[in-house]
Design a protein around this ligand. Structure first.
Ligand SMILES: [Mn+2]
Length: 222
């Protein structure tokens, strides 16, 4: 058994088992089929009362992942990202990495959205920010986290709520993960993420799920 110093415990606690389902088929006929496959796979894992962990893709991949929770809500989404991702559409397309959280906000089973790590121009337009705030999104910019740590974020998550954690790698500082599409200095530290996840595991969220998006790998919508 491997000891994990971040958790101050075993890497995988007793009674839990990690199962690798492998890659989903990566040659769907259409982007819509690709999204449907992510949604149906997520829903079937939840139906089996397991915790889905999605790795890979760009930051549009969480949209069909969130869609898989339709019959398993209400959920709180904790998103760590340098960007606001609240664009209505980009180049006429709705399911892009620029609109991830706006799409999430349109899902009735998403009760709350908490965002952490925004910085720089964050890919955001002023009206997108106004829309996000009007919806009720709570934002903790990277500068706010640097000033106050992650405890104010943890305090906002109701104990026992179902929480989806979605981690866009560009939310972390590029000295931690440089292989993202648009590296931007000033991001969260590795241990900020560890602290957030451990707080959720210890009873704040009854369900912790991570979609870990390597922004370097693009998933295009036709
Ligand atoms: Mn991002």
């Amino acid at each position: 058994m491997r000891w994990d110093f971040d958790q101050d415990g075993p890497l995988i606690p007793e009674g839990l088992r990690a199962v690798d389902l492998g890659d989903l088929p990566n040659d769907p006929a259409t982007p819509q089929e690709n999204r449907s496959l992510i949604t149906s796979t997520t829903a079937s894992i939840l139906k089996a009362e397991a915790v889905p962990l999605l790795l890979g893709g760009d930051d549009s991949v969480p949209i069909p992942f969130f869609a898989g929770f339709e019959r398993f809500g209400p959920v709180t989404i904790l998103q760590i990202d340098a960007h606001l991702a609240w664009r209505g559409e980009r180049d006429g397309l709705k399911h892009t990495s620029s609109g991830t959280m706006r799409r999430a906000s349109e899902m009735p089973w998403v009760a709350r959205i908490i965002r952490v790590g925004q910085r720089g121009i964050g890919g955001s337009r002023e009206r997108d920010l106004a829309d996000a705030q009007a919806w009720g999104v709570t934002l903790f910019s990277a500068a706010t986290v640097r000033r106050h740590g992650v405890q104010p974020v943890i305090d906002l998550i109701s104990p026992g709520s179902q929480c989806i954690v979605t981690l866009d790698c560009d939310g972390l500082d590029p000295t931690v993960i440089p292989a993202v599409l648009i590296p931007q200095p000033g991001g969260l530290a590795y241990l900020d993420i560890v602290e957030l996840l451990l707080a959720l595991r210890s009873g704040r969220g009854s369900l912790v799920l991570i979609s870990w998006n390597w922004c370097r790998i693009r998933m295009y919508e036709a």
